[in-house]
Design a protein around this ligand. Sequence first.
Ligand code: SF4
Length: 518
Amino acid sequence: MYQLTTDRDFDRWRDLARQMLAGQISPPQILWLDREDEPSLLSNTALTPPVSSQPAAQTRVPREYLDLASKVACHRDPDRWNLLYRTLWRLTHGEPELLERVTDDDVYQLGAMERDVRRDRHKMTAFVRFRQVPAESGEEHFVAWHRPDHYIVRLTAPFFRGRFAAMRWTILTPDDSVAWDGHTLHFGPGVPQSQAPQADELESLWRTYYANIFNPARIKIAAMKKELPVRHWSTLPETQLIPDLLAEAPRRVEEMTRKSRENARPGSGPRSSGSARPGDAAAGDLYSASTSPETYASGLPAGKAATFPWTAEPFIPQSRSLKVLAEASKNCRGCDLCDIGSQVVFGEGPHDAMVMFVGEQPGDQEDRQGRPFVGPAGQLLDEVLQQVGIIRDECYVTNSVKHFKFEPRGTRRIHAKPSSREVSACQPWLVREIEVVRPQILVCLGSTAAQTLLGRDFRVTQRRGDVMKTEWSPWTMATIHPSALLRIPDEALRAKSRGEFEADLAKVAEQIAKLKAG
Ligand code: SF4
């Protein structure tokens, strides 16, 4: 067994890994550590690695892997080096297509770590607050202290270099530090928070700004803590205001509601409290980021303004159980659709389904029964699935949006397309379903699902039936939604489109057969 230390340096790991590959040292023979002094079960017995007299063989690995590995290397999990070497070994020992197998445990783990690192970088770019400190040269110098979750200073420093190129600044973290002198980035060791500079006048500017943008009607403590994690509060000047602002919030909301009612009286102004409905164009304006807190509240029914964070994120538990997620979705108030329709309609099917179908939203029947694809469109889907030999009970079936959006027409409820804001609010549920099921085949039914997962520019009319490898599944395809088929008035055109739909699902059936055959 060999014990290798990387010093938390990706380039060093890469050099060592190359040597290990050249010596045909397999993953179980190596224990990778961050540092030499790290406690290890093998500390007394481990051998020094062999240094091959042969130059390391040219090992070709996909560029995509190296890019991914450089991010994963910044994760705090001490096992990441072992995971990296194991996947590198597999890539170079008969599994060149490994990265395409997103359902593979190692590949999944790589993706999860890369996501953690990406989120942490995003938080660092959002939460670093510089303080001005006196510099001997007389030049202005700014220093910030930040506590990232992972080792992301090197990775994120170029962002700050680009953003604050004209300033002289230093960012300190417990693990690493970086300084910019106007020409070069200098990296150094970590610094405890106690050694970081304390408050300065810049902070009062931050506090004034935050107090002005704080909207008491939009308070969601859980969501706030998620977006602005409490561990960062000590370094953010504006967070010192939060307790006072929260204490003040009920009074301010009451005040805003009173003003709203006054404005709603006839003759009191152009916009009444009943004039804007969530989802219409006027409501869209009201919810825009540039709207002041008062305007935001005044155009909505009293009490509604505080209700929607426009993302389902705060309502999604950590659990990977579909049952738990489905139960939790019943309490979702991520967007305005939560008060429309009778109930949430979560996806259904086996947690390890090979195939996942994603539609747009539940329809009238689905809303009544609380199950996806049970109305006329679902029956058409069942018919074609049966025709091509796909067993629906073996598939996971869900929608991009979990609530039914409709317009009442007499006693009927007519389907209304969800807005892009509603689709994006609901997307976290769909992403979690995909993360849990990890489908080997993913089929988007219709443009809403396709654009949610494949990008806004995706056109089902132009790319229907194309097979793609995506971040969601190694085999992804989009086709027409069965309800769209039902709505085609022209008989000949309907028959032609149905033929195309059948052909697309036949392709899915073929792929299932291929995967089942191994
Ligand atoms: S549509 Fe989605 S985000 Fe909106 S309330 Fe329903 S489950 Fe939540």
